[in-house]
Design a protein around this ligand. Structure first.
Ligand code: UD1
Ligand code: UDP
Length: 358
């Protein structure tokens, strides 16, 4: 039995890291990297930190429009799958690499397993929402991270027997990294518990207008508290191309390694982000998370009261953050709510594959 695991971006490498390592122990596994992310700090650094072996195929697709990127991936992935003839293909999440991997496999009638199935923002203007829906509907094994995701799949008419509630694989990676905390993070002269950690990269937040509104709000907020901003390379490019103003209390850095990032997240007062994975990590590590989006596929944590949907309107962002800075009790309440997130998802997935694929 041969497994092909296909991925291409930072969050996929991180969230698949434990599963890849476990699968290598028991199966012949082929790792196919599309090359969607390729810069050292978006890609290779995570292989080094998470001690992942080299990929068997690196397709070097790189950046491009959605259609060009996905189309090139489909052609190259199909060729590898025809040569390797795996018994099952594993994909994770909602990126163009996820879609291309699942679609190429499904057209060759190779069973597809989707890790993080069923997440929905119910916003079809997001490229990720289109990818998630498409992948779920052509998958044979749907690994849902939580009950919301499970219910979404049932509501869309997916056969219940294909859906497995397994928990979040990001918890596996995140908790592993916690053991590596050593206070050797880069020194940004930040006081523990007294800075905001900010990330932004969504398509809808990185148009010039969208980014400017959010950064103007951040600059105002940074008069009261320092902001650490490891910017995704997409975001960095927009900031540089438009010479956008960054307040003197905003520390703009390159994307960080996973250990440093998680350590700085755990030590922050709270996080502001549009990232999906970071919403999960905040809930696991009990750090309040303010979501810079109008909706999220991780409503489960918002409903619990651990994360807060802040939106993207400049005035509302400033108002919401000032309110929290003036009212520590609100933050304490968010921290104290138990998150009850299911871990060990990677192990569970391995056992399901073992029992179902011969
Ligand atoms: C992609 C995913 C998004 C995911 C994110 C994780 C899609 C549609 N989007 O968005 O769901 O949340 O990855 O980070 O699949 N760039 C570099 N070096 C790199 C990678 C990207 O400089 O290694 C720059 C390029 O200018 C590129 C831009 O970032 O054009 C966007 O990259 P792309 O992979 O298209 O989308 P992401 O925004 O990274
Ligand atoms: N991350 C990181 N360094 C950074 C920013 C994020 O290691 O500078 C990690 C973060 O801990 C999480 C993942 O990258 O595990 C999230 O990726 P991203 O926000 O790019 O994508 P999303 O999760 O929104 O798809």
């Amino acid at each position: 039995m041969k497994i092909a695991t296909i991925f291409g971006t930072r969050p996929e490498i991180i969230k698949l890291s434990t599963l890849i390592t476990l699968l290598d122990k028991d199966f012949k596994q082929i790792l196919i990297h599309t090359g969607q992310h390729y810069s050292y700090e978006m890609d290779r650094i995570f292989f080094e930190e998470l001690k992942l072996r080299d990929c068997d195929y690196t397709l070097n697709i790189g950046s491009g429009s959605h259609a060009k990127q996905t189309g090139k991936m489909l052609m190259k992935i199909e060729k590898v799958l025809l040569d390797e003839k795996p018994s099952i293909v594993i994909v994770q999440g909602d990126t163009n690499s996820t879609l291309a991997g699942a679609l190429a496999a499904s057209k060759l009638q190779i069973p597809v397993a989707h890790v993080e199935a069923g997440c929905r923002s119910f916003d079809r203007t997001m490229p990720e929402e289109i990818n998630r829906i498409m992948v779920d509907h052509i998958s044979d094994f749907l690994f849902a991270p939580d009950e919301n995701a499970f219910k979404n799949l049932i509501n869309e008419g997916i056969t219940p027997g294909k859906i497995y509630l397994v928990g979040n694989t990001s918890v596996d990676a995140c908790l592993r990294t916690k053991d590596l905390f050593n206070n050797e993070t880069p020194d940004y002269s930040l006081e523990k518990g007294n800075y905001i950690l900010l990330t932004l990269h969504r398509q809808e937040n990185t148009s010039y207008g969208g980014l400017k509104g959010i950064l103007d709000a951040i600059n105002i907020i940074s008069d009261k508290i320092k902001v650490l901003f490891p910017a995704h390379l997409r975001t960095r490019k927009v900031i540089e191309d438009h010479q956008m103003e960054i307040g003197k209390n905003v520390i703009l850095t390159d994307p960080m390694g996973y250990k440093d990032f998680i350590e700085l997240l755990a030590s922050s007062k709270f996080v502001m982000t549009d990232s999906g994975g970071i919403q999960e990590e905040c809930a696991v590590l009990n750090v309040p998370c303010l979501i810079l989006r109008d909706n999220t596929e991780w409503m489960v944590y918002v409903e619990m009261g651990k994360n807060l949907l802040l939106g993207t309107n400049q005035e509302k962002i400033v108002e919401g953050v000032m309110d929290l800075l003036d009212n520590d009790q609100k933050l304490v309440e968010m921290i104290e709510i138990p998150s009850n997130i299911m871990g060990n998802a990677s192990e569970y997935i391995v056992s399901i594959i073992k029992n179902n694929i011969k």
